[in-house]
Design a protein around this ligand. Structure first.
Ligand code: FAD
Length: 385
């Protein structure tokens, strides 16, 4: 039996960032992953660091997203310094483009909504938007600059975070599948693996992304659902794109500023279970959104296609914090925002484990909300019988 202060189940960006945070707080940490670390959603992501809500359900997430974005420069410095690797972190903002509907009215709503949520948002005249991004297509009818948004290269970030965690003394254990938690009465004291091995720990953190709900004891607290996203990378030989470009149909995320430039294009939002498959329909949808945003991309070479499974939740909010089992904390369900939310998730879980308090009110993300919802549903059902 191996013993650590903290065992983290799942070696994606969430598990890796928490491990690095805890190791810097002098804890002995192991990260267990059933395969090679960082090969799932965290590897597949586009890398937009956008606290803007993409739907009304995501509005409660804005303060957490803003807090995490503010932590990013320090998070990146620490990971890059400790690992010696670069992460492709870029500031400079995103341009939100409206191509359909009543564009001017939608633009005013967008600007008002963002500003009301404390997000910087500046309407752009179309000539202004085109002078900032000459690749912008004729279909654009209105545009706004979100100047504070950033982007990162998720594969470079994940390598840096893993390298940093390893250099801080974290045990990174690939090929170790956790099948259950070890309980001593009402306390979690470790995990059991598919090979029957036991890892003992004062604290276990579940960060298994889309697969969190597959661990039986975790399912009531972490009912995660896989949401497939397909992606395409293009080699763009024209003038490099400088900003993230986003419309209601898709987005373009430029990597670097050299020509030819890699432009990552996404994405689909599909309920396809755990099936990771790139489809012709998915790619067609992504490319038509890309070509509408920047028509000259239709001449670009397709250099890669891939897909990943976002850890969705029933209310589209992440699951962060303790439940009602001592020694077990949750850090999962980050859906479309796990890259953005990694620094704040690591900070909050670190504070909770080491200091028993957090600097941010994380009640809205408590794993207990699903138990309460279930209890309320049962009560309503028995009243109507
Ligand atoms: C196409 C796409 C685009 C995205 N774009 C963005 C973006 O632009 N910005 C953004 O912020 N977010 C984005 N996301 C979301 C982001 O990628 C995820 O929210 C984030 O990566 C989740 O990280 P994670 O560590 O929780 O999960 P994962 O990276 O999926 O890691 C979970 C890990 O747990 C391991 N595991 C599972 N079960 C077990 C077990 N039983 N035992 C041991 N290990 C286990 C897995 O092998 C895996 O390594 C995107 C996602 C996708 C798919």
């Amino acid at each position: 039996m191996k013993t650590y202060d903290v065992v983290i189940v799942g070696g994606g960006i969430i598990g890796g960032s928490i491990a690095f945070e805890l190791a810097q707080r002098n804890l002995q940490v192991a990260v267990l992953d059933r395969q090679e670390l960082m090969r799932e959603a965290s590897w597949a992501a586009a890398g937009m660091l956008s606290p803007a809500p993409d739907c009304p359900a995501a509005i409660p997430l804005v303060p957490l997203g803003l807090a995490s974005l503010a932590l990013y420069p320090r998070f990146i410095d620490a990971a890059e310094d400790a690992s010696g690797l670069r992460t492709g972190f870029r500031t400079g903002g995103a341009i939100e483009v409206i191509c359909h509907g009543e564009a001017e009215r939608e633009l005013s709503t967008l600007v008002a909504l963002h500003r009301g949520l404390g997000l910087a948002c500046e309407p752009l005249r179309l000539e202004e938007a085109r002078s900032m991004e000459p690749a912008l297509g004729r279909e654009a009818r209105a545009a706004a600059l979100l100047p504070d948004e950033c982007s990162i290269e998720p594969r470079a970030l994940t390598s840096a975070v893993l390298g940093a965690a390893a250099s801080a003394g974290v045990a990174l254990c690939a090929g170790v599948e956790v099948t259950s938690f070890t309980l001593d009465g009402s306390k979690c004291v470790g995990v059991k693996t598919s090979k029957g091995e036991l890892f003992q720990a004062a604290q276990v953190v579940l960060a298994a992304g889309s697969w969190s709900s597959q661990i039986l004891e975790a399912a009531p607290y972490a009912p995660t659902i896989p949401v497939r996203g397909q992606m395409v990378a293009l080699r763009h030989s024209g003038k490099p794109i400088r900003h993230v470009l986003r419309s209601e149909s898709g987005y373009l995320v430029p990597r670097g500023l050299e020509s030819p430039q890699t432009v990552v294009v996404g994405s689909t939002i599909e309920n396809a279970g755990y099936e990771k498959r790139v489809t012709s329909g998915g790619i067609e949808k992504i490319l038509s959104a890309a070509n509408e945003l920047a028509p000259e991309l239709s001449n670009s070479e397709i250099v890669e296609t891939w897909c990943g499974l976002r850890p969705g939740t029933p209310d589209q909010l992440p699951i962060i914090g303790p439940g009602d089992i001592d020694g077990l904390a949750f850090a999962t369900g980050h859906y479309r925002n796990g890259i953005l939310l990694a620094p704040v998730t690591a900070k909050l879980i670190g504070e909770w484990i080491v200091e028993g308090r957090t600097s941010f009110d994380w009640q809205a993300f408590s794993p207990l909300r699903f138990l309460k919802a279930k209890t309320n549903r049962s009560a309503t059902a028995s009243q109507t019988l």
